[in-house]
Each structure stands twice: as structure tokens, then as C-alpha cells.
Design a protein around this ligand. Structure first.
Ligand SMILES: [Zn+2]
Length: 308
């Protein structure tokens, strides 16, 4: 599938599309999307100042939201609901085996207008230590699984984020041969750590304020991220930040609602469900959370980055 992209060039070119000025139904004061940014094979192949010299050409107060590790209902759907309430678009880096297990959830992310990249098949936590052969399988199987879930390879952007950001020269070489844009990030909010949603919110805002702009890496499989996301979006609006939606080149296919791929039962292993309830929430996100009846008993949390 990626073969057609070979020869286009190993770099990435950016150019801006017209701003999305569509109104947000039911929310005239929504944060919205201020503009779209198309990222194509051209001048650069790697993004994110956490690890690389190059990053997205964002203006002051511009933010790109990214979510890793999904799809995982119900959390991914709560993230979608929070983004939809503010008419915000983001980029999701899906894990192949999660897309295989929840193809309908993968398709819901796409049909909500978000951009979808991949994040390996099994999310090995030691991506910098596994063999070249396994790296290639993880990359290719992840793409195949997410493509199968979506049902159309054109729905998938040629974007890849290395699990745990554990890049190596060898990993990047494999990604280059597939003309994949390697996404690191500009900043994090530590939402995989056992901290409260308030702490995640504070980290996200303080780090974005310190940088003034940038790509923010979050996880759509974390209860604490779901809990703080409505407040984060409200605060970004209040503080004058604007959301940039990164898209890939080419027409965006319309997918039928029904999933094409057969759902597979989730395999045991990562992410492991623990029985520890999420920390108490003291933000406006509480009312958002309480609207989801199935989760009122106390959300579970996932041990994302523990050993496999
Ligand atoms: Zn991840």
C-alpha cells in the first residue's frame, strides 16, 4: 500500500489550506479549527521539537492536538464527544490491534473528521530494542490493521508515531522507506502517569504557555484525559490559543457507517486494566463525566507504559 508513495521523496512539504470557518452547531463560542495544515511528502520526514529540529510551522498560540493508543471504547468516544462539542479536529495515532478489536470505533474517529495515523500493531514498549524484522512487522501490520478497520487505504494519513517515542536511526530508516512522516511531539501532559486529571490539565496548559504553541501529545485511552479534556479546550479558548488541524494530501473518502472489518476479541495484555479508580476531579469536567452513566461508578485506568 505504501509502495505507491515510494519515490515521491523522503521529505515533507507543508502548505496551508484555507481556514475552516464553518460554524459549530449549538455552540457559537466554540474553540473550533482556525485553519488546516496539509503535510505531504516533500521537505521533511520528521516532526516535533522533543526529538527533532523540525516541527510543524505553527504561528504563536497555534496548537495541534494529537491522541495516541486508541481506539478503545468507551474512552475514545468520550474524547470524540468532547472534541465535537467544541468542533475541534485532531490527529489520532491508532494501535493496529486496537483497531482490529474495535473497527467501528476507528471508523467513528475518521467519520468525525479527524486525521488518522498509525502507532504500530502491538505498541511494544521497547521499540528501540526489538529486531529490525519485528520493527518492520509492527509498522506494516499496524498500517494493515487500521486500513482494514477503516476499509479504505485513502482514509489513512501516512503519519506514524513511534511507541513511547523510542526512535532509533534504524527505526527511522524503515519509516523513511515507506514514506511515512515520523511524528514526535513538541510537548506532553504526562497523562499516562498515575496522576490526577487536574495535574494533566495543569501540565498541558503550563507547557503550552511556556512554548507559546506546538503539538500536544495526549492519550485517548485514559480516563484522566477524558476527564480534563473539556476544561482544557475551554481554557485554550479563554487564553487565545487556536487549533490547527493537520491533514494529509489527497481527497478524503467518505466511508460507510458500518464497519467492514470483523471485530476480533481484545487480547489480554497491554493495556492492562487496573481496579484503581481515577483521582477525584475538581474541575468543570466533572459534569461532563457525570453525563456518561456507564462510567459513573468510577473509571478504571490503564497501565499503559508498564512492562509487557
Ligand atoms: Zn503510545
Amino acid at each position: 500500500m505504501r509502495g505507491a508513495l515510494l519515490g515521491i521523496g523522503l521529505a515533507v512539504t507543508f502548505f496551508c489550506a484555507t481556514a475552516n470557518a464553518a460554524p459549530c452547531p449549538g455552540n457559537p463560542n466554540a474553540l473550533g479549527v482556525s485553519r488546516e495544515l496539509t503535510v505531504t511528502a516533500g521537505d521533511y520526514s520528521r516532526l516535533g521539537t522533543m526529538q527533532y529540529r523540525q516541527t510543524l510551522p505553527l504561528a504563536d498560540r497555534e496548537v495541534v492536538l494529537t491522541f495516541d493508543d486508541g481506539p478503545l471504547p468507551p474512552y475514545s468516544d468520550h474524547v470524540l464527544a468532547a472534541l465535537a462539542a467544541e468542533c475541534v479536529k485532531a490527529t489520532f495515532f491508532l494501535v493496529g490491534r486496537h483497531a482490529r478489536a474495535h473497527p467501528d470505533a476507528a471508523r467513528r474517529i475518521y467519520n468525525a473528521g479527524h486525521t488518522i495515523g498509525t502507532h504500530s500493531q502491538n505498541h511494544p514498549l521497547s521499540f528501540d530494542q526489538i529486531s529490525d524484522g519485528r520493527v518492520e512487522h509492527e509498522i506494516d501490520d499496524g498500517i494493515a490493521s487500521v486500513t482494514a478497520a477503516l476499509g479504505d487505504s485513502k482514509a489513512l494519513a501516512p503519519f506514524f508515531r513511534v511507541p513511547g517515542l523510542r526512535r532509533t536511526a534504524s527505526v527511522e530508516a524503515h519509516l523513511r522507506t515507506r514514506s511515512l512522516v515520523v511524528w514526535s511531539s513538541d510537548t506532553l501532559a504526562d497523562d499516562w502517569r498515575p496522576i490526577s486529571s487536574d495535574q494533566v490539565l495543569r501540565l498541558a496548559l503550563s507547557r503550552l504557555e511556556a512554548r507559546g504553541k506546538g503539538v500536544l501529545l495526549l492519550h485517548d485511552i485514559q480516563a484522566r484525559t477524558v476527564l480534563m479534556l473539556p476544561t482544557l479546550l475551554a481554557e485554550l479558548k479563554k487564553r487565545g490559543f487556536k487549533i490547527v488541524h493537520v491533514i494529509s494530501e489527497g481527497a478524503r473518502p467518505v466511508l460507510p457507517e458500518a464497519p467492514i472489518a470483523e471485530a476480533e476479541p481484545a487480547r489480554p495484555g497491554w493495556p492492562r486494566v487496573s481496579k484503581v479508580a481515577a483521582a477525584p476531579v475538581k474541575t468543570a469536567a466533572r459534569s461532563f463525566w457525570s453525563t456518561f452513566a456507564g462510567l459513573q461508578a468510577g473509571p478504571v485506568k490503564y497501565d499503559l507504559h508498564g512492562s509487557q
